[in-house]
Design a protein around this ligand. Structure first.
Ligand code: TXA
Ligand code: MG
Length: 540
């Protein structure tokens, strides 16, 4: 079959609409991934989608609309939660599972009583749906089992010669398929994570359940809530293993093994082996945007064994991890057999309480603040360097005047950076020794408690990061009391530190530092449990 390549001009969009009306298939861009569309009411056309993709017939399709008014006729009931979610996130990367109206053919719903509906944001997608004047059933435009296409080239590779037309649009901005939430059970349930996060959904409709298929391998038999999750997915030819470790360990380990690395931007400079990055460590959205292209490139580069960096599993990171762990056939390994966990947050946020409770629950904590004041760090050499920068008078009668040093160092960013550059290498060495010591003592979960975790680059030795945050006024009060400061001194110290957002956006876990002491046990237990589970992951 000759496949027509269309652009996004008015005439081409009209042509795409005509093809769809007459039962043809059109691959088109959306903000998530490219879709392969057909008239959702046309059983023959919908069947052809399955044929072309090689998709199992019990894996239902998503029906795409371009007007809210189209929704009621496609479903048999419309819960309030669906209306709320539509108002908040449509058009956008969210799909809702609702009880279907009879008008939806079995071919589109995979024989289920429910139907998946999505109102995409991408302008071209919406224009084509309107031009067709029909709801469009559209799965991702890849051959079944392969990574979803996020560029025209990828669609062309899989679909040229098999469909009536491919519309060439821009690359997909979200990069992973839509979030799928089921609204047909007692409780809303997340079936597939995507660009709309669990937090965002919960802020509109309250608590949602996360289907076990989001993170775990599913049984291939049996009827499941999320049929799509049971099939092999996103699979490049390469043999991927996710390495659950710190960036530093990852780099050392991958270099040593001489494999191919699927890494983060920050790792690239230190990798001596072929590698492809799928984004910056702390930018899940960018990782989502780039992941599928990176998987494609692994095949182009004919990568064999691949070690992949583990993404964080919160926010959009959950979607990234969900796709990557499938691409890896659920192979996640922890080569070191332990996890180093960074614990950070600004001064007065409540790290110490969190660290103490985590110790109660079997972790060991290394207090970098304490180390940073220890004589092991402030040796003669160090003090000389400090005097050169902050003045000779920071030593009186042979003793370091810490209060005076703190005053001078924390007065602005530049000065605190100067202090850091002198003390941090020494602290790092001590921390390393402490980690080794903890390992020898048999601890698996080792916490590095450091207010300046990121500034000092200690995050490079952490496999996970916990951020403790509290509002400014709470922290202010605490440090005035604890460190006997004036309000002005406290404010100066706080201003030299990053805002809560800085810590939270980098963290795997966010902890509210204003809870009552007894609440931390409850909040931290599931986190420690999850960390312990990661420890039990296969070792190489
Ligand atoms: O972002 C997206 O959603 C893209 C673009 C093209 O819109 N589409 C997409 O479709 O990812 P597809 O077919 O690759 O994935 C649809 C998923 C499958 O996992 C399928 O099992 C699930 O939606 N699904 C569809 N109808 C369902 C239903 N009634 N109940 C549960 N899951 C359903
Ligand atoms: Mg798909």
């Amino acid at each position: 079959m000759e496949t027509l390549i269309l652009k996004t001009t008015e005439a081409d969009i009209a042509a795409a609409g005509e093809i769809l009306k007459s039962g043809g298939l059109v691959a088109l861009p959306t903000e998530t991934v490219y879709g392969l569309a057909a008239n959702a009411f046309d059983t023959q056309a919908v069947r052809r989608i399955y044929e072309v993709k090689g998709r199992p017939s019990d894996n239902p399709l998503i029906v795409h609309i371009a007007d809210l008014e189209a929704l009621p006729s496609l479903v048999s009931e419309l819960p309030k939660s669906a209306e709320k979610l539509a108002a908040a996130f449509w058009p956008g990367p969210l799909t809702m599972i609702l009880n279907k109206a009879d008008i939806i053919p079995d071919a589109a719903s995979g024989g289920l009583d429910s139907v998946a509906i999505r109102f995409p944001e991408n302008k071209t997608a919406r224009e084509i749906i309107r031009a067709a004047g029909l709801p469009l059933a559209a799965p991702s435009a890849n051959l079944s089992g392969k990574p979803s296409p996020t560029t025209f080239e990828h669609v062309f590779e899989d679909m040229n010669g098999k469909v009536e037309a491919i519309v060439e649009g821009e690359s997909c901005n979200v990069g992973v398929e839509s979030t799928i939430i089921s609204l047909i059970g007692k409780k809303p349930r997340l079936l597939r994570p995507g660009g709309i996060t669990v937090d965002e959904l919960e802020s509109v409709i309250g608590e949602i359940e996360i289907d076990s298929a989001v993170l775990e391998r599913m049984d291939e038999r049996g009827k499941v809530r999320s049929p799509g999750m049971k099939y092999k997915h996103y699979c490049p030819k390469a043999d991927i293993t996710i390495i659950d470790s710190s960036p530093q360990e990852f780099v050392e380990y991958a270099n040593e093994r001489g494999v191919f690395a699927l890494c983060f931007d920050e790792d690239e400079a230190e990798l001596k082996i072929p590698h492809i990055s799928y984004g910056p460590r702390y930018d899940s959205r960018e990782q989502a945007r780039r992941l599928f292209s990176a998987l494609h490139r692994l095949d182009e580069e004919q990568a064999g064994q691949v070690f992949a960096r583990i993404p964080k599993r919160t926010g959009v990171g959950l979607a990234v991890y969900n796709r990557l762990v499938r691409a890896a056939g659920f192979k996640v390994q922890n080569p070191a057999g332990r996890l180093i966990i960074g614990l950070t947050g600004s001064t007065g946020a409540g790290k110490t309480t969190v660290s103490a409770e985590m110790e109660n629950q079997g972790c060991i904590s290394i207090d970098c603040d304490w180390i940073s004041r220890s004589p092991g760090v402030y040796d003669g050499e160090c003090i000389k360097e400090l005097q050169a920068v902050f003045g000779d008078d920071i030593v009186t009668r042979g003793m370091l005047d810490r209060a005076l040093l703190a005053k001078r160092a924390f007065v602005n960013k530049e000065n605190s950076e100067k202090l850091n550059s002198i003390t941090h290498p020494r602290i790092l060495k001590k921390v390393r020794e402490e980690i080794e010591h903890a390992e020898k003592a048999g601890y698996g979960l080792i916490i590095v408690d450091a207010p300046t975790l990121f500034e000092a680059g200690f995050d490079k030795m952490c496999a996970r990061i916990i951020a403790v945050t509290a509002p400014e006024d709470v922290r202010m009060k605490r440090i005035i009391f604890r460190d006997r400061l004036t309000e002005e001194e406290a404010a100066t110290r706080m201003n030299a530190q990053p805002k809560n957002e800085f810590y939270e956006s980098r963290a795997d876990y966010k902890i509210d530092g204003t809870l009552g002491i007894s609440e931390y046990e409850r909040i931290l237990a599931p986190i420690v449990e999850e960390l312990n589970k990661s420890l039990d992951g296969e070792k190489l």
